[in-house]
Design a protein around this ligand. Sequence first.
Ligand SMILES: Nc1ncnc2c1ncn2[C@@H]1O[C@H](COP(=O)(O)OP(=O)(O)OP(=O)(O)O)[C@@H](O)[C@H]1O
Length: 361
Amino acid sequence: MDNSYKIKVQNVTKEYDLFKTQSEKLRSFFSVGNNKVPHFWSLMGISLEVHSGETIGLIGVNGSGKSTLSNIISGIIPQTTGVVDVRGDTSIIAIGAGLRGNLTGLENIRLKALMQGLTNPEIDALMDDIVGFADIGDFLYQPVKSYSSGMKSRLGFAIAVHVNPDILIIDEALSVGDDTFYQKCVDKIAEFKDLGKTIVFVSHSLKQVEILCDRVAWIHYGTLKELGPTEEIVQHYRDFTKWFKAQTKQEKKHFQRQMKNNQKTFDIDAYQKQVVADRQAAEPNNGNVAAEVKKDFYGSVISEKMTPGARWLTFAVTLVFIFTCWANISGHSMRSIIQNPSNLVHVEKVLHDSNATKSVK
Ligand SMILES: Nc1ncnc2c1ncn2[C@@H]1O[C@H](COP(=O)(O)OP(=O)(O)OP(=O)(O)O)[C@@H](O)[C@H]1O
């Protein structure tokens, strides 16, 4: 990998815990041993680079991990392991992404633009263009929760392309608009490309991908199956879907079960060892490979999981907090509770009068 990238994704994985209920989640939080919650690896080690001015397409079957990857690149969700280096501001357009349902369209425009770092006068100057591009009429004054998915997409697209991001991430946002809006978006994307901006384009429409993308990454059940020139990768993907459609119902189910099973049983430690072995083979004189790989895997990641020590600490702090509240309610001093713990259940009555406070049992 060279250093001239705009986006670098290296050995990126994403793990989800598949809790069935909220109480299972709570129990798992306080359990210090190995819990039996099933895991699912939405991404199992993706590495790719996107260069400045490039439009890269992400294709793949439903649930293969395209949105997970685009959300990680745009910083909406964290990766579990790996390096994600994005050089520039990103703006993501996904249906309804970042729009607040209780706010009106106009309020959403202002909020999102402020969040992108624009000032109020800058937003005022852009407002007519954004409103004109979205073209959703009086719905602008309605809460976004009343919008159809097409309207959300129009508003999201209009905001995202006008706040002038370096990197535009478009996740299926073109699939819900009508033809006129679609053409407007395609023209805007072309304008972006001409300006040398970088675009990540997630779509099931291979035609759109063929029109817009310079290169394509085929994401296949959490792995990067292929990365290369649009025409070639799209053709391979078409061959795969043709092959898949030709399977019997049972064969299809078997294939999908097998793929999902791989994602449930993925072993992150084995993957890390494999990366170390590959890098050691490529750099035989580097004695520091294992440490470098470990740093790449976990160095830029804030763990979403608590260590057993942190769990014990949280548990202990919670107990102390409850004890202190209870002691406060009981009206006894800490010393008297420590000397006689049964005081905790004997609430001290406190009478107030205008001049003095008198305690009686
Ligand atoms: N919060 C979550 N908890 C558990 N699993 C999740 C979560 N989010 C996504 N997944 C799983 O991760 C996998 C990848 O999902 P993702 O939405 O990235 O796929 P996709 O390729 O974008 O799919 P589609 O084409 O249908 O939009 C799916 O199997 C999905 O069920």
